[in-house]
Design a protein. Sequence first.
Length: 132
Amino acid sequence: MPVPFDVEELDPGGQMPGGSPFPMKIEPWPGGRWYRDRRESGGFAYGHLWGHVQVIKAPTLLELVGPMPMSFPAHNHVQYRLTAEGNGTRLSLVHRAMGLMPLEFLSGMPEGWAHGLQRVKRLAEERAGRRG
């Protein structure tokens, strides 16, 4: 059985490249929102809806759909799938997007995903070290 899915990196516990906090919140149930809540700026509504939970099958599958970080006509689908592999767990990530997306906007996506995946790997290895 894979390690249970942990949404920490999609919630305030996450981290952007460079170490700044990833200021997101996720409601981990079907239809739940994944959003950036910036109310600390004077208490006024200020934020951005990145998407909704389309599928959640704990502990192995999470699918998110929505505009993600794009403020133009675009739609994204991100799938996180965990599978048991030997003594460990493999995380598969698939990100698909369609719509009007400027090329300069897309250029940072590979770096962002690579950072996130490396961070998840490091956190999983740290936790495994504490258990073993």
